[in-house]
Ligand binder design. Sequence first.
Ligand code: FAD
Length: 108
Amino acid sequence: PPDVEALGRSSWTLLHSITATYPERPTPQLQSETSTFLHTFSKLYPCWHCASDFQTWMKEAGNAPRVSSRDDFGRWMCQAHNAVNVKLGKSVFDCERWEERWRTGWKD
Ligand code: FAD
């Protein structure tokens, strides 16, 4: 089985990088494709207990993928990552700073 920590770090890099390059005004088709991608990703993620918990989290009220704009999607991904951080006892990330971390670079 893959190294769950290395897999996680590289996967979050991919996922947050996708939100950072997502359009500010995505077409309805892209929004629909992005939702499908996230649902499929949550089934194929090669850490099975991680995948199962992630699918459960996405089904909870208020946690369905939000892909209506770059900012919406970036904040949703930050919240998804924070749910895993909480589960693992890691610090919660300030989602006001998602774009600074993943797109524009830290200001300080
Ligand atoms: P990571 O959590 O990998 O974070 C990498 C970097 O992202 C951080 O250094 C920080 O700069 C930034 N960051 C942190 N939080 C946020 C945020 N909320 N928003 C934006 N940027 C942020 N591991 C398990 O052991 N059990 C699980 O059930 C599990 N489920 C996972 C589910 C998914 C969908 C994914 C992608 C990963 C999962 N992982 C799980 C892996 C876990 O989340 C971590 O990736 C792994 O433990 C390594 O953690 P890390 O401390 O190196 O930093």
